[in-house]
Structure formats: structure tokens, C-alpha cells
Design a protein around this ligand. Structure first.
Ligand code: FES
Ligand code: FES
Length: 159
């Protein structure tokens, strides 16, 4: 089948790629665009390792097609840091030791960004609920939740 031409915006940069109609967005990101920060855990929408933002909405890129990126704006974990340095969530994940093997970390970071973008002052329950779709086999979650709450607290603190 003919490959499809897709024009999209990824991490603020206009991007074009060719993909098969059945190819997932996850495959396109990793194999076509070499954005390998987005991880494949389950491939079935259960682990959250492949989380990205599509037009600001948190999705599992293993459940989206590459062609669905047409005209959209996508944020992957590579888009979190800026020229000024790590995103505050990344900094707090480091400071709070909220990772071990790191496979789940990009998904957690993207999901946590989606949460804080819509709710800058979440309760612990809200953080746990928002990250319930992300699985970690290593850390036990508490440090991850703490890192997100610490990021939110920092942002509220007067400069
Ligand atoms: S790889 Fe997409 S949810 Fe697990
Ligand atoms: S740090 Fe290993 S799966 Fe989360």
C-alpha cells in the first residue's frame, strides 16, 4: 500500500514524514523520526510508556496512527527541556530519585506535564489519579508522585 505523506508539528517544529496507513504514531516517532524517548512497553494501551500530547491531549501513541498526526501538534518527552535546561518535572524526577530503569519515565513526565498544564495545584489524590494510566515496575510510585507535587509547589512559590 502507498505510504502516506504527513505534515505535522512535533515539539514546535514543522515535520514531514511518510508512513504506512496502519503504522502507529509510536512506530513513526521511534523508527522514522528517531524520537526514541517515547518508549514501547505493552503496545496495547495499558502501560503509558508511549504517552505523548496530541494537540495538548494525553494519548497513548501505540494506539494512534501516524496519519492521525496530520495537521496536529505533538509533544514528546524530547520537547520538555528547553535551551534554559531541563523541564522542572525532569529536574524534580532527578532530585527526588523518581526513576530506576527509566523505561516508564518519559511517559510519566508527559502525563505529569498534561496534568500540571490543566491543574497547576493538584492534590496527591489528583496526581495519583492522573498518573493511574502509567505503570512502573521499579520505583513504587511514591517518589514519582512526590516529584510531581514538588514541581507544582515550586511553581506556586514566589520567585
Ligand atoms: S506502549 Fe502504549 S500504553 Fe504501553
Ligand atoms: S523506573 Fe523502571 S519501570 Fe519505572
Amino acid at each position: 500500500m502507498a505510504r502516506q505523506h504527513v505534515t505535522t508539528t512535533i515539539n514546535g517544529e514543522e515535520t514531514e514524514f511518510l508512513c504506512e496507513p496502519h503504522e502507529t504514531l509510536l512506530t513513526v516517532l521511534r523508527d522514522e523520526l528517531q524520537l526514541t524517548g517515547t518508549k514501547e512497553g505493552c503496545g496495547t494501551g495499558d502501560c503509558g510508556a508511549c504517552s505523548v500530547l496530541l494537540d495538548g491531549r494525553l494519548i497513548c501513541s501505540c494506539l494512534a496512527l501516524g496519519v492521525e498526526a496530520e495537521g496536529a501538534s505533538i509533544t514528546t518527552v524530547e520537547g520538555l527541556a528547553s535551551e534554559d535546561g531541563l523541564h522542572p518535572l525532569q529536574q524534580h524526577f532527578l532530585e527526588d530519585a523518581a526513576l530506576q530503569c527509566g523505561i516508564c519515565t518519559p511517559g510519566f513526565l508527559v502525563a505529569a506535564k498534561a496534568l500540571l498544564d490543566s491543574n497547576p495545584d493538584p492534590t496527591e489524590t489528583e496526581v495519583r489519579f492522573a498518573l493511574a494510566g502509567n505503570l512502573c515496575r521499579c520505583t513504587g510510585y511514591d517518589k514519582i508522585i512526590r516529584a510531581v507535587l514538588d514541581t507544582a509547589a515550586d511553581r506556586r512559590a514566589p520567585a
